[in-house]
Every structure is written in C-alpha cells, then in structure tokens.
Design a binder for this molecule. Structure first.
Ligand code: LR7
Ligand code: MN
Length: 577
C-alpha cells in the first residue's frame, strides 16, 4: 500500500494528528460508496451530461470547444492510473519522492494540464439562479508550505480561468517559508508573468493561520476568499459566493468541497446535484471537525431545495469566502494559533455566536486533494494543535470547555494569554456557547450528567481500556487494553446515564457476546448497555457477562462474571459539571 510505505518514514506524532484527519476524507468517500458511484459510472454519467448539455450551466461555447479538444491525461477530471511497476528506475524514484514529499501522487499531477477540464457537478437548478452583474470583488488568498509545483499552479490557474475577470481583483500567494527550490526564484519568475497574481513570503515558518493573515493584510478587495494550495476551482464557483455576501455582509460561505483523489487526481463526481451530495460541518468533543449529511430540520427549512444555501454549524476551514470588513470585525484569526488546526472552529463559533451566518453554497464547487497524513514538518510545534484548541475552548466554550479538558485529562499545557481574545468576545456582545448548541447545532451529543468518566484502569495491572474512534472506518474497531498514558485521548471514556460507555457518537458494543467493539450509539441498550457496579466490575446485562482483560493483558473480552482482578476496573465516578 502506497501510503503506508510512505507514511512509515513520516513523523509519528504528526501521523497521529493526520490519522484524525483521515476521517474527513473517509467520511466523504464512504458516502460516495453508499451512492454506489464507481469510477465507470462517473464516466457514463458524465458522457450523458455532456450530450444533453444543460446550455446555461455549460461554460461558454469557445471554452467548451477548447475543453472538448482536450484529451490529455486527467481531462474532464478523470483519474490517471499509473502502474509504478511499469516505470523505469528513475521514474519510480521520482514517483516515490512525490508521495514522500507531499502525501499525494505528485507524479500523476505532473502529467495533468494546469488548465485541465472538469465535469460540471452542480445541481442543474443552479443554472436558473441569477446572480446579477454587480457583485463585490474578491481577492483569493492561497497559502502554501512546500507545495508541489503542478498542484499549486493548477490551483492558481483554475481560479483565474474560471472566475469572471471583473470580480477577481487579485490572487495572493503566501509562501510559508518553503524549502523546495522550485518555490523560490522559479516561482517568482512564473508569477511575475501572470496578471493579477502576487507572491509574498513569510520570513519564518508561521503556520497556516498567520500565513493567511499575511495574505489578508494585502487584500484590498471587498471579499477575501481563502483556498488551500491543492485545489481546483470549477466553472461558476465564484458568483454564488459573492452574491450571498452581497445580500448580507455577515454571511460567511463555504463551497461544496469535492474530493480530488490523492492517488489518481480523479475529480470525484459525488454530486450531479441532489441533497445527498451536500454536507455540513460539525465537531466532536475532541474539538475536531467532522462532516454530516444535512440534518432533517435544515432540509425542511430549505424545503428540500438542494441548490439553496445550507446552514452549517462549522466549516472545514480551508476554503471559504468572507467579507473583508466582516472578517476584521470578527477579529480575523487568533494570531497565536500555530501551524495547523482549530482556526476553523474558532471562526465558525464566532461567526454564529457574534451575529453572522455560516453556510455551504451548493452551487459553488471547488475540489481539494484530501490526503492521509500531514506531509510537512511541524518542527518544535508538535503540540500546536492542542495549544490552539485550548485557546479556542478558553475563549468560546464557556463551561463546555470541561468536556474537552476531560479528554486531555486536564493536561492543558502552556496555551499563552487569551485576555485579548476574551475581550474581543465581550466587545462583540457574542451569545453563549449554550445558545450556539441549542440553536445552531442541536444534533450534537452533549455529554451531560455522566455516571463516570476518564480512563478505565485495570486493577490487575497498569493497563487502560483503549480504542481509536477518530476514523469513520473504526465503527467496528476493537476495544482493547494498552498501558495507561494519562493523556485522555483514546483512553477517555464516558459512562452515560443510559449506561452506555461512549466517546462522542461512538459506543462499546458486543456483536458476538465475546469481543467488545466500537459502533455508532443506538441508545437501545442491549449489546450497548454496560453497568459500572459497586464491586468495580463492568457488566453487560444482555449477555450476563463482565468485561475482562485477557490473561496475557493483551486484549479485552466479555466473560462469565467472577471475583477476579482482571474484571475489576477503576474509573472516576465523579460526574462532570
Ligand atoms: O505550517 C503550515 N503552513 C502552511 O502554509 C501548514 C500548512 N500550510 C498550508 C498548506 O500548504 C495548505 O495549503 O495550509 C494549507 C492547509 O494545510 P493542509 O492542506 O495540510 O490542511 P488540511 O486540508 O488537511 O486541513 C483542513 O484543516 C486545517 C485546520 O487548520 C485548515 O483549515 C485547512 O485549510 C483545512 N482544509 C480544508 O478545509 C479543505 C477540506 C478538507 C477538510 C475537511
Ligand atoms: Mn488541504
């Protein structure tokens, strides 16, 4: 497996962070599978679409001719399969280096035109929306650290090619202290030849948050649009975003983010319209972003019209449009956030809590290369994510921060000073987090009164019950034991009032009455009911068995209850606030 091979050389801690991120990608993938869209189906559908040709949403005739003439690799967003074994030794080395440097298949990207054609994945209804011809203008800010040339330039070119010139004021590239030679003088020379594009450089590694702030400082347009450095803008992506800001400058917008395959660069045709192709953002109590289908109440509110703006509790973070004025009012980003993470939720929470609206715009599609690990170094900032999230929790979560801190075993680390950010919240008279949960994200599971929480430590040895619930694919992941690490995380559990042993939406379950696995919580008790009894046993009434560490202390199982140290567990019974 390509990624494992490359991942092996990577930084472990960062890989762990990245494992968390993997879920984002898989969740989209998963849904794709549900729709049963194989790659070939895509090709078929695509052909049909082309034949019928919905005149209004197709690109202009000249453009279409040009696109039709293209038949190189990757055109129409179709993936390119390269068999590594058939390459020469030198090519193989280049192919491997691509994966190593970027955690995506740079070799394949290099084969594809920087202007490649893409399918029109919008809902056909989008063609009937009139955005007028008097929209605010925009700057597009693209930050990068050690990005691949072809991937970065495809981001730039698709933005230029597919944005009405009068609305695209400038493209601002921000180099976050990259090391690769191709991003130094050669990039400057290339950029100098492009109209409207400028390049600024950080003089030290500033992380994506401060890099975006550098770009924003240079933005003189009405609207600031941020993109990751491995995106592809599709036809018509821009006006729907600008239009919504034109209607109300406190609207913050996210396009539908389509998946560009990290291996083939296939532009995933999830959509073709329909409500099933649009997702909204959520988060869990580890303060990580996740995707969800549009909740039923929201579907009702938009009367099931899949082309209307959809309210989203959070944004993924990388691709969004915001009025420059409003971004300033909201205090842009917390400039003490380092490297990666947390800024997406910070902006989401304050948008809602301080009077704005966050929406996904189904008629605007932009592709993003989702990858399975973080390719770049985090240097001395290994704890950046935690620091960012603690700052976020301190300022915006009120008492709910406790649920995140439980996950950290109350090990907050040094998170700096947040006085200024708290003052910002005061100044803006923002609403409470309780209000946000009640009104914007009522679907979220809130732990409430737990019977017990924290680590579950075996009385027999210093082993703790451990399982990874970060990935979508972990539905049936085993619950096992691992030496106690005191960091919370995968050893944090919460026993709900309904006697479920859970973490967010994930519950212990016993599919066979012997093993214990992670499943989606169903709140029907049965195989998900676990009682923490006075004798310190954890008991499943349905099977009449107890949770037991195996004799070799390598695993966990259900067994007939007996008075034995391997069936005794220490868990903190003090309920959280
Ligand atoms: O130190 C850094 N300096 C940078 O300039 C680290 C990163 N970067 C750049 C990097 O080159 C890239 O352009 O920042 C951008 C984002 O980094 P990625 O691509 O490694 O992040 P991601 O796509 O895995 O993560 C998502 O969450 C991040 C949390 O901080 C950011 O908000 C990303 O922009 C965001 N990406 C998206 O929302 C795209 C959709 C993916 C999802 C979900
Ligand atoms: Mn990205």
């Amino acid at each position: 497996n390509e990624d494992e091979r490359v991942g092996a050389g990577g930084n472990k801690d960062v890989d762990d962070e990245k494992d968390i991120k993997k879920s984002k990608r898989e969740s989209l993938r998963g849904k794709d599978d549900e729709l049963g869209d194989s790659k070939d189906d895509h090709k078929e559908k695509n052909k049909e679409k082309g034949d019928q040709g919905n005149a209004q949403i197709e690109p202009p005739r000249e453009k279409r001719k040009e696109d039709a003439a293209r038949n190189g690799p990757g055109e129409m967003g179709i993936g390119v399969d390269v068999n590594r074994e058939k390459l020469t030794k030198e090519q193989q080395a280049d192919y491997d280096k691509g994966w190593n440097d970027h955690a995506f298949n740079r070799y394949v990207s290099d084969m594809i035109s920087l202007h490649r054609s893409l399918p029109d994945v919008r809902d056909p209804e989008c063609a009937n929306i009139d955005y007028g011809d008097n929209l605010p203008d925009a700057c597009v800010i693209i930050i990068f650290h050690n990005e691949a040339w072809s991937v970065l330039m495809r981001t730039v070119h698709t933005v230029i090619d597919r944005s009405p010139a009068k609305y695209l004021k400038e493209v601002i590239l921000v180099d976050d202290f990259s090391e690769f030679e191709h991003l130094k003088q050669p990039l400057q020379e290339y950029v100098d030849k492009l109209d409207k594009v400028s390049l600024i450089r950080a003089t030290e590694r500033s992380g994506l948050i401060r890099a975006r702030l550098m770009g924003f400082e240079k933005c003189t347009a009405d609207v600031a649009i941020f993109l990751d450095s491995h995106c592809e803008a599709t036809e018509g992506w821009l006006p729907p975003l600008l239009h919504r800001i034109h209607e109300n400058y406190t609207n913050v917008l996210v396009p539908v983010i389509d998946v560009i395959d990290d291996s083939t660069f296939n532009y995933n045709r999830l959509s073709g319209g329909g409500i099933k192709s649009v997702y909204v953002g959520g988060f869990d109590w580890g303060l990580l972003f996740n995707w969800h289908p549009i909740p039923e109440v929201e579907l009702k509110r938009i009367e099931y019209k899949s082309y209307l703006p959809v309210r989203s509790p959070t944004m993924a973070g990388g691709l969004f449009a915001i009025s420059s004025k409003y971004f300033k009012i909201l205090g842009t980003y917390d400039k003490d956030f380092d490297i990666w993470g947390g800024e997406n939720l910070e902006l989401s929470f304050k948008t809602w809590m301080c009077g704005g609206t966050l929406e996904t715009i189904p008629c605007s599609h932009v592709g993003h290369v989702f990858r399975k690990r973080s390719p770049y170094k985090w240097g001395t900032k290994q704890n950046a994510l935690k620091k960012n999230l603690v700052r976020l929790a301190e300022v915006w979560l009120d008492d709910f921060k406790e649920y995140y801190y439980m996950r950290l075993n109350h090990n907050l680390g040094d998170f700096g000073d947040v006085t200024e950010r708290k003052a910002l919240r005061e100044r803006l008279h923002c609403k409470s987090f309780q209000w946000y949960l009640d009104n914007i994200y009522p679907e979220l599971f809130v732990p409430g009164n737990a019977i017990a929480s924290g680590e579950i430590r075996s009385k027999d040895r210093s082993m703790c019950i451990d399982s990874n619930t970060d990935t979508e694919g972990s539905r049936a992941d085993p619950v096992s034991v691992y030496p106690c690490h005191g960091q919370g995380g995968n050893q944090f559990w919460l026993l709900s009032e309904q006697d479920e042993m859970r973490r967010d939406e994930w519950c212990w379950d016993t599919p066979d009455g012997i093993s214990i696995k992670i499943f989606s919580c169903h709140s029907m008790k049965g195989h998900q009911e676990f009682k923490y009894r006075q004798d310190d046993s954890i008991y499943n009434p349905t099977t009449n068995k107890c949770v037991e560490m195996t004799w070799d202390a390598q695993g966990l199982q259900l067994a007939d209850c007996k008075d034995h140290a391997r069936q005794k567990w220490i868990m903190n019974r003090t309920p959280p606030k």
